[in-house]
Structures are given as structure tokens and as C-alpha cells.
Design a protein around this ligand. Structure first.
Ligand code: RFL
Ligand code: PHB
Length: 389
């Protein structure tokens, strides 16, 4: 088989890239390790920022997002046993976030592509990159018991944090990574949200977040110990601890849990985002702790940028367009790390419960909410005010 762009990974990043390349008439194929049902069922991200929503609208994939997404024009920040509403829309001059599950976006992209007659090849295994020159490469893989070869001019790794492209680009280069001494446990449950807007909680015992997927479904997270396992947290233990961090006045009536996840808090940036005709986009190039809800938004920004680079290279003869993508994707990765770590640091308590550090956090939070300039800057970056190209 032969194509121009071989895409490894059919998560949101790979699917979006394929859709946009199709729109430009650039031949491409997506190879995905899991089944379509598995990819569609993966819960993960919930919040899209302003830049992502505007972009998804502009490229014509936001019909269901506009109908079913839950606008987040403000957010609640709770500390010192008090909840303050932060008016994101007013502070940013009109920008805000939207709750729309990653699985909903993934389903939308798959169904748009399927209707157009272009679907990923699912359930491939033993994917391997073969790069012979800057203009010729191949992806070798197994499917249905046989070995296949996809010859391509470019390879884009959209295969997430555990894929093969990240390892290929990193070979021989030291990795840039940081692991935090705590994790998150998350529950998806049939519980109506306590508020129409997200609530982020700083408590001396740890962070808590009340997010949602619909007016009937909540997504709730708690900071827990780094090596905790899902089985250490019964639903009862989770909700008792959640109520403690939310404060006694919150009337929590949890419904049945439908999914549970343990999230190890870490940050990672690949050694490079592009080498010759191999690029990475999304989690394959960078992962951030989910505190600021940036991972998928960074992935969408990567794709917007990369598609621009393919257009410049293939239609406008700009020979260095992919190198320029590599540089801007690297800048974006570090900016995303900066925003995510800032929010992680602000809202998580040290595992040893050090009272001195607790007072520093509370002072930081007081300073944030009492200084309009600081708050505006925080809101601008949280909502992703800058439009994508
Ligand atoms: P994905 O989603 O991991 O998809 C990669 C795909 O590649 C496939 N794959 C392979 N295919 C072929 N061959 C191989 N060798 C392969 N290896 C892997 C996989 O099967 C998969 O289908 O990466 P992608 O597409 O880059 O998407 C990134 C997002 O998933 C991620 O950034 C977000 O989920 C991060 N994130 C959030 N981001 C936001 O912008 N807003 C949020 O509210 C938000 N919340 C979250 C999050 C991530 C979380 N976790 C679990 C880390 C909340 C959580 C709890
Ligand atoms: C989510 O809804 O899963 C979510 C929302 C905001 C975050 C992280 C996760 O900061």
C-alpha cells in the first residue's frame, strides 16, 4: 500500500489530522492498535478550551459539540472552606471553556470520516517505522495474522504516550520528564453535578475536582497517594473523602459509578517533535498533568499547526515547513507544561501535609483571587484565549 502521510494512532489527534488532510486532498492512512469500539469508549478528557472550540467550529466538526457541549463561563475555586466563582467570560473579554467528552469528539470524527468513506485500519499490531530517506519511509505492521507494509512520504506519530513513534524519535536522547509524588483517582458516575460549572478545591488534605459530562453525569477526581491502586478506593471511601474536602454544606448524593481511573501525575516532552519526514503530535510528543485540562487542547493546536505545515510544504513549496512545525510544537509543549505545572502546584497539597507549605499555598491562592491583573492572566491561559491559526 502507498500513501502520502502514514498516521500511527487513531485517537483524537490522528483522527483530526486525517480529517483535515482529506479536506486538503492529501492522501493519508491511519493505523490504530485497538478496535473502533475501544477507541470510542475511552473516557479521558472532558474540557475543551476556547481556542479548540473556535477551531473545531471553523473546520466544520462542531455540530454536536454546539448542541450538547456545556459552556463553562465561570469556574469555582474553593479554599479556606469558601467557594469563589471566577467569571472566566468577563475576565477574558468573552472567552470560556466547554465540557464535551473526548469520547464524544472521537465518535464525531469517526462518524464524519466513515460517512466520507475513509476509516482507520483498526486492530493492527507490531507497528514498526522504517525510514530510508527524508522523502521515503514505511510503516510495517501486522493485521489479521499477516504482515503489511504502508509506504509513505511522511509519518506522523499520533500514538500517545506509550506509542512507538515517541521511542523512535527519542532514540539515544535523554528524556525530559517529571513525576509527581501523588496521583488522582477519578470516578465517572450517574450523579447530577453540584454546580453547572467546574469546582476546583484546594484542601490541606489534597486537591479535589468536580467536573461533569452531562447534567446527569459527574466526573470527580481526588488527589491520592502516588502508588495507590484503584482497589484501595471503594466508592464509599472516595465519596467520604470528597465530602470532607468539599466541606459539610455540600449535599452530595452519589449515584452508581460507571468508570474508575487512576492517573499518575507526570509531565513529559519528547526530545524533538520532528526529524526528517517523521513528526509527532498530541500525547506522543508531550503529556501534561491534567490539572489545567490542557492535553487534548495542545493536541488540537499541534494538528492545526501541522496541517498548515503540510499545506505550506506541498502546495506553497516552503521547504522548511516541517522543521518550523518541530520548533513551534516544542515551544507549545513547554508552554503547556508551564501552565499545567503552575495549576498543579497551586492546587495540590504536599503529601507530608507540611503546615508551612500549606500556608504558602493559601497565601498564593489569596493573592491570585485578590489581584485582578493576576486573575486575568490566569484566566486567559486557562481558557486558551489565543485563537489557533
Ligand atoms: P491518545 O488519546 O492516547 O490516542 C493515541 C492512540 O494511538 C493508539 N496507539 C497505537 N496505534 C497503533 N500502533 C501503536 N503502536 C499504537 N500505540 C498507541 C492508541 O490505541 C490510541 O488510540 O492520544 P492523542 O490522540 O494524542 O490524544 C491526547 C488526549 O487523549 C489527552 O491529551 C487528553 O486525554 C488529556 N486530558 C485532558 N485534556 C484536555 O484538553 N482537557 C481535559 O479535560 C483533559 N482531561 C486528560 C483529562 C487526560 C486524563 N488522563 C487519563 C491522563 C483527564 C484525564 C483523567
Ligand atoms: C474532566 O472533565 O475530565 C476534567 C476537567 C478539568 C480538568 C481535568 C479533567 O482540569
Amino acid at each position: 500500500m502507498q500513501t502520502t502521510v502514514g498516521i500511527i494512532g487513531g485517537g483524537p489527534t490522528g483522527l483530526l489530522l486525517s480529517y483535515l488532510l482529506d479536506g486538503l486532498g492529501i492522501d493519508n492512512e491511519v493505523l490504530e492498535r485497538r478496535s473502533r469500539a475501544h477507541v470510542e469508549a475511552r473516557v479521558r478528557a472532558g474540557q475543551l478550551d476556547h481556542a479548540s472550540v473556535m477551531y473545531l467550529r471553523r473546520i466544520g466538526v462542531a455540530a454536536r459539540l454546539d448542541a450538547e457541549g456545556l459552556p463553562q463561563k465561570g469556574m469555582n475555586l474553593r479554599f479556606r472552606d469558601r467557594t469563589r466563582r471566577i467569571d472566566l467570560e468577563a475576565l477574558t473579554g468573552g472567552a470560556y471553556c466547554t465540557i464535551y467528552g473526548q469520547s464524544a469528539l472521537t465518535k464525531d470524527l469517526i462518524s464524519i470520516q466513515t460517512e466520507a468513506g475513509h476509516s482507520p485500519t483498526y486492530e493492527v499490531s507490531d507497528v514498526c517505522l522504517e525510514v530510508s530517506s527524508d522523502t521515503s519511509a514505511a510503516i510495517v505492521y501486522r493485521k489479521d495474522g499477516g504482515e503489511h507494509r504502508l509506504n509513505c512520504r511522511f509519518i506522523v506519530g499520533c500514538d500517545g504516550a506509550h506509542g512507538v513513534t515517541r521511542a523512535f524519535l527519542n532514540s539515544g536522547t535523554p528524556q525530559s520528564a517529571r513525576h509527581l509524588p501523588f496521583s488522582w483517582i477519578g470516578l465517572l458516575s450517574d450523579t447530577p453535578p453540584i454546580s453547572r460549572e467546574l469546582t476546583y478545591v484546594y484542601h490541606p488534605e489534597g486537591f479535589a475536582l468536580w467536573s461533569m459530562r452531562s447534567p446527569a453525569v459527574s466526573r470527580t477526581y481526588l488527589q491520592c497517594a502516588r502508588d495507590d491502586r484503584l482497589e484501595d478506593w471503594s466508592d464509599d471511601r472516595f465519596w467520604t473523602e470528597f465530602s470532607r474536602r468539599m466541606g459539610p454544606e455540600t449535599d452530595i448524593r452519589p449515584g452508581p459509578t460507571t468508570e474508575r481511573v487512576m492517573v499518575r501525575m507526570q509531565g513529559y516532552v519528547a526530545a524533538c517533535m520532528q526529524r526528517g519526514n517523521v513528526m509527532v503530535a498530541g500525547d506522543a510528543g508531550h503529556i501534561v498533568p491534567p490539572s489545567a485540562a490542557k492535553g487534548l487542547n495542545m493536541a488540537i493546536a499541534d494538528v492545526a499547526d501541522l496541517v498548515g505545515a503540510f499545506k505550506a510544504l506541498l502546495f506553497e513549496d516552503q521547504g522548511d515547513a516541517l522543521e518550523a512545525y518541530g520548533r513551534s510544537a516544542m515551544r507549545r509543549a513547554w508552554l503547556g507544561q508551564y501552565l499545567s505545572w503552575r495549576m498543579t502546584d497551586l492546587l495540590h497539597s504536599p503529601p507530608d501535609g507540611n503546615p508551612f507549605e500549606n500556608e504558602i499555598k493559601l497565601t498564593q491562592l489569596d493573592a491570585l483571587v485578590s489581584c485582578p491583573g493576576r486573575l486575568r492572566e490566569f484566566c486567559d491561559s486557562y481558557v486558551g484565549k489565543e485563537a489557533l491559526a
